[in-house]
Design a protein around this ligand. Structure first.
Ligand code: MRU
Length: 355
């Protein structure tokens, strides 16, 4: 197996023990340790999402589908009404683990629809359907990432510099990823790019995950601190910005990792095209614009203490730690989905995706 295949075929989420457990790569341990976690309880699945052991919008959706399948087998001997009630309770709990990425509720609603839609079927049959549906969600994501990577690659030229923020690679999805998929696919086809990976404060997804994936795949990657994006753009080293997304509103505003909107503002200033790449499962047509996207607030200690040998701020100092921000659609050159590239006006081009 060559280096790129190793990265693009990484088994970050999978069913194990014949579907009785779900196993993930613990992303909090990377890049220093490759640790696999196997789980079969609601608390462990909830905790895995909350603590970012599994993270990235599509990956959370895939994991949620598998989790519900694993969990529901434990009460598959109950009559339908009890089974459906327990399924709903567990689904709602898992859905409350993180609020911003729509893929979580998208996948959970999708599996729950099977339960409500088969009220007359034996529970054992429903469980079987749930297993198949969870695998389908994963397989669809693999296909979507591949298409997104192809569309993204069609915008790049040999030797281009691309700046990315956070991690929207294989670990956050399946196989190629979204925002770094074009560079992985291009590398596979013998092309060369220079990727600038923002380290992505405070949880360092860019440093720990994106630069890890690209380096291992043999793509030329340079890690920069978030506040260095302006200088590399000014130096003329960036021809395009490719970022992921956690929820795209109907007007093209989109939420992504905190700091993304700053990258978009800089890109506009320097006249650099700025693209968001994500599957249609990340488009939320029920969300009219970015003002309606709930932004997750996280523990201040992620800023003050995490990753430091000793705290880097006084214990009593107040912190504001939003995990995401919303990029205004006016700053976006295009939204790259598996169904094609949407251009402004996004309220029309995004709508067409679902027609
Ligand atoms: O908090 P995280 O690490 O889950 O945030 C992830 C991102 O913002 C990604 O860019 C997004 O989910 C897209 S992953 C294809």
């Amino acid at each position: 197996m060559d280096e790129i295949t190793k990265v693009t075929h990484i088994d970050n989420i999978k069913l194990t023990d014949g579907g009785k457990t779900v196993t993930i790569i613990d992303q909090t341990q990377l890049p220093n340790r490759m640790v696999y976690l196997t789980m079969d309880t609601l608390e462990d699945c909830y905790d895995a999402i909350l603590k970012l052991k599994v993270r990235g919008a599509p990956a959370i959706g895939i994991f949620a589908g598998y989790s519900m399948y694993v969990l529901c087998q434990k009460y598959a001997d109950k009559p339908y009404a009890e089974f459906a009630a327990e399924f709903h309770r567990q689904k709602e709990y898992l859905n409350s683990s993180r609020p911003t990425a729509v893929n979580l509720s998208w996948a959970l609603n999708r599996v729950e629809a099977l339960v409500t839609g088969h009220a007359d079927s034996p529970v054992s049959e429903i469980v079987e359907l749930l297993g198949k549906e969870s695998v389908k969600i994963h397989e669809e994501d693999i296909a979507m990432c591949r298409k997104i990577s192809e569309y993204g690659l069609s915008l790049l030229h040999e030797g281009d510099g691309v700046l990315t923020h956070c991690n929207a690679g294989p670990l956050a999805t399946s196989r190629y990823g979204t925002a770094i998929g074009p560079m992985l696919l291009g590398k596979e086809q013998g092309m060369n790019f220079h990727v600038f990976s923002d380290e992505t404060r405070p949880l360092l997804q860019g440093a720990r995950l994106t630069s890890f994936e690209l380096q291992k795949a043999g793509v030329d990657v340079t890690l920069i601190c978030d506040n260095m994006a302006s200088i590399v753009m000014k130096n003329g080293w960036v021809q395009a910005c490719f970022v992921g997304c956690d929820r795209i509103a109907a007007n093209g505003d989109f939420a992504n990792k905190i700091g993304t909107s700053g990258v978009a503002i800089l890109a506009k200033h320097y006249g650099i095209p700025f693209y968001s790449l994500g599957p249609t499962s990340t488009v939320d047509m029920n969300c009219p614009n970015g003002d309606h996207i709930k932004i997750e607030l996280r523990d201040p200690n992620e800023i003050k203490e995490k990753f430091y040998a000793e705290p880097m701020a006084l214990k009593e100092v107040k912190c504001y730690n939003p995990a995401f921000d919303v990029t205004d659609h006016n700053l976006v050159t295009g939204i790259i989905t598996e169904k094609g590239i949407c251009y402004p006006p996004f309220s029309e081009s995004l709508k067409k995706l679902f027609e």
